[in-house]
Write a protein of this length. Sequence first.
Length: 439
Amino acid sequence: MRRPLSTLLCTALILLTYPAQMLNPSYAQPPIPDSSLDEFIRARDLCHDFLLRRMRNSAGGFYSTYSEIYPDSSSYGVNHEVTSESTGLALEYAIKSGNLTLFNEQFEFLRRHQIGVLGTTYWKLNPDLTAFRNLNVFSSALIDDLRILDALITGYEIWKDSRYLELAKVMINGIRLYEAEGHLLAENLDWTTNRAAMRSTTTILGYLDIKAILAASQYESTLNETYARTVNLILQAQFNTTGLFYERYNISSGTYFNPEDGANTILQLLTTLHLAEAGYRKEAKASYTFLKDRLMKDGAVHSSYDPADGRHPDEELDTGSYSLYAILATALGDTDFSSLILKTKVLPKQNLDQTSRLYGAFVTRWPGEILDANSWDNLLALNSLTTLISTLGQVDVGPSIPAGTAMFVLVFGISIVAVTTYVLKARRCSIQSGEETIG
């Protein structure tokens, strides 16, 4: 009898220790060590310091470029103009890094300067923070509106500040009334000072942030149909040959189309990321795998591809776009490849000269001929590094055993100990009694 009782007792002790160490392995396991983690943390911190010290105005808006030497542009932000793209990326970074101070700063800047009279955002502001007008017309870009909207809703869910939700509802109403056409969202909206509005008849699939639309549908039920139609629109646009997508869709005629020079890779990355973030990982992996193969085989990802056959020009992605690619890789769980992208395509662009005014920035020769820093490259690099760092710093413990099961195991273990103790005591008494009788 001794061997079974000993075995029973050992089993009980194992079961008693099991819930703490095995039912939730993160209880006892340290973070996974990674030799690259310190390198990524240093790069992130340097970029963060540069952006906050040198790339924003007194109101908190992030400059389009550090230098103020470029000619005006109606296509992108330059000099000390502030784009809604930058504000959206800064809000995302504040969420990923848990920086409530930065989030509030960007929220106030958005509320005071970037929300237009129709509830959508001005796509950029002049250096004096007045809204930029092209041919006397204001404009907003759908991708910026959805990115900011998603950040406001997420910020509300995390920090429970009702101001974030109130502004989100203003934007939801603006998007619903002015950017929607038959439950599909147009790529941009133009309006005049007297509120005469005109939306585009086309949409860009990379602008359609389906996770943001789904989040907004909690507060506006008509967006449920918009979400469903948008998901279907994207999935129907995927090519079987490459996994890439049509770039654009004409809402009026109901037809997909691509520019003559191929589908823009940044927009392909955005479409794929939006699918991955919304849970459509299988569909996202098809295009992701195509682009991953291009980098592994060609040593570069190019600025555009023909979705049908993969033909491409010679131009390579910029630093911000590679950072976006790294965010996608991390979202799909491919942290090794995300690390590879950052090490080979992003970190080499960081200025590490401590005597330079650009120390800590990711630099490029766009949009001019001198090395300079822009908000696109740096805010996306900051987001990609922060995303990967937080992922590498966690242990993938898998699904935890439900609490009810854990309690059952614990009670069962205690019961075994109690029974075992009782049996051992009874046996000891029996032996002692037997010894007395014999004696």
